[in-house]
Design a protein around this ligand. Sequence first.
Ligand code: MLT
Ligand code: MN
Ligand code: ZN
Length: 297
Amino acid sequence: MLFARILGAGAGGGLPQWNCGCSNCDLARRGKIPHQTQSSVAVSADGASWAILNASPDIRAQIAASPYLHPTGPRQTPLRSVLLTNGDIDHVAGLLSLREGQTFTLYATGEILDVLDANPIFTALAADKVTRKAVAIGVETEVAPGLTAELFFVPGKAPLYVEGANPVTDLIGEQTVGVQLRAGDVHAFYIPGCAAVTPDIAARVRGAPLVFFDGTLWRDDEMLVEGVGTKTGKRMGHISMSGPDGAIAAFAGLGVARRVFVHLNNTNPVLRPDSDERAQAVAAGWEIGADGMEIAI
Ligand code: MLT
Ligand code: MN
Ligand code: ZN
């Protein structure tokens, strides 16, 4: 069995985002649509030991809200490891909340570990407690008992805080990766940031039982249209859900049994239960991730 619990279905900022008064954030603040915390999924093969994929700034509340992740004794936790898919703040800042002298393994590509190593604040995770292990692309690593993860390249960009003036936004390299999980004879994918569904990615996910995929934006110019920013999805290294180059079109015909959007930006209209866009995504066979959603395959 492979168990997954979405700890946070939101993108960076969450829903509502602290400084945002867009229509979705306003609805969330008024209790009209559910809040979503920032991007993270917990996975397990046995329901007893867990790996967390990306450590969001909301991790403390996410663990508190997830009974499986509660301590089993004084300073004993079911958390065995944290695996990172990129170095973005929404995926690494939660590491700082995991400092309290707890033993676990931190897995990421060498390049992402370099970004952490360059920042002294992460020495709060003492090296004798938190072992940082570089994971090579294409090599299966056991991240919890009976559960392996294999990283693969997906197009993306360097973290915002190190990207420089004119970043390549669909770079194939160690800065952004997808995860192929395997437990016994089942497998699943976790790809929360992805600039495009390349032929390689399409071939890899074809026929999969479960894929969690980048659902940042419905449309590329969504943040401009909502008046909350000047960046397109492409500039941020995120594919859109809709459109001829979008994720919904790219996955059509790939035979993926369960397709679940995660890393949903607060501007995304699919976050409104009654939106046309949500209905379109659902009609195309997609599920919209939400905090606390659990899937077992
Ligand atoms: C992203 O997914 O594009 C990043 O999380 C942006 C950010 O760091 O705020
Ligand atoms: Mn993000
Ligand atoms: Zn907003």
